[in-house]
Design a protein around this ligand. Structure first.
Ligand code: NDP
Length: 251
């Protein structure tokens, strides 16, 4: 599917597209022909690197600052992308945060609660709300959820699980809101994926491997494959769906 150029003429916005899963998605959509704008919060150099890789491969790549905790900043970033690209065909709400120290319930700080919800939930809503103004028939939104939204295999994940469970409501609600305009809205729920957030050599990695039927971590590209399908013209009748890409961790 890497050689399929079914997104030529499409414009995409990938939040948190500078590294990890978001970078894999950005490169993948660009490889299929889309113009790609990718946002970052702190790591501008990585964002510029991904955008440059896209341009070097012959595509249009744009790095834009957008801290998901800053509502005005999110809106400004979306407007910048829409003005640069003319419109937005594809939005991938990927930016995310998890406190991997798995704090005990009584140790969860208000600051961490707010940050998790602001990035994972509120930021995704605000980005979709702003981007939808620039989307038309054939538009695609994919929200990156988590297998932890529907299955919590241990303590210390309450806030993150809550923030990602809300993505289901976001996906279903937006599918209803935007369906009449010919825009599909779906979510991908990754399992353990080897990234900075959740490295395959991290402290809980062996436990996580034991949770899926293959006994391994997934690769960021395996999430990008799923996103590539959901944003494709072939997925025009798929909306409100959740695609688990988790090696069967929820079985
Ligand atoms: P990484 O930690 O590797 O990357 C996180 C991304 O989110 C970065 O691009 C980062 O930008 C961005 N981000 C973090 N905080 C903010 C913020 N305040 N505003 C805007 N962007 C922000 O994570 P992954 O690639 O692993 O995760 C990508 C998505 O997949 C997330 O939604 C995550 O919850 C989800 N997921 C990941 C799993 C995994 O096992 N890796 C499993 C299930 C779901 P910057 O570098 O600029 O800070």
């Amino acid at each position: 599917m890497d050689n399929v150029r079914n997104l030529v003429g499409k414009t995409a916005l990938v939040t948190g597209g500078n590294r990890g899963i978001g970078a894999a998605i950005s490169r993948r959509l660009a490889a299929q022909g889309a113009d790609v704008a990718l946002t970052f919060a702190r790591n501008k150099d990585q964002a510029e690197t991904v955008a440059e890789q896209i341009r070097a491969a012959g595509g249009r790549g744009l790095a834009v600052a957008a801290d998901a905790t800053d509502a005005a900043g999110v809106r400004t970033a979306v407007e910048e992308v829409a003005s640069e690209f003319g419109r937005i065909d594809i939005l991938v709400n990927n930016a995310g945060y998890m406190d991997m120290s798995m704090p005990a319930l009584e140790e969860v700080s208000l600051e961490d609660l707010d940050r998790t919800l602001d990035v994972n939930t509120r930021g995704a809503f605000l980005t979709a709300q702003a981007a939808a103004r620039h989307m038309g028939e054939g538009g695609r939104i994919v929200n990156i959820s988590s297998c932890l939204a529907t299955h919590v295999p241990g303590p210390g994940m309450t806030v993150y699980a809550m923030s990602k469970a809300a993505i289901s409501g976001l996906t279903l609600g937006l599918a209803r809101d935007l369906g009449p305009r010919g825009i599909t809205v779906n979510q991908v729920a990754p399992g353990s994926i080897d990234t900075d957030m959740n490295p395959a050599d991290g402290p809980s990695a062996d436990f996580q491997r034991s949770q899926n039927v293959f006994g391994r971590y997934g690769a960021a590209d395996e999430i990008a494959h799923a996103v590539a399908y959901l944003v494709s013209p072939e997925a025009a009748f798929v909306t409100g769906a959740s695609m688990a890409v988790d090696g069967g961790s929820n079985l």
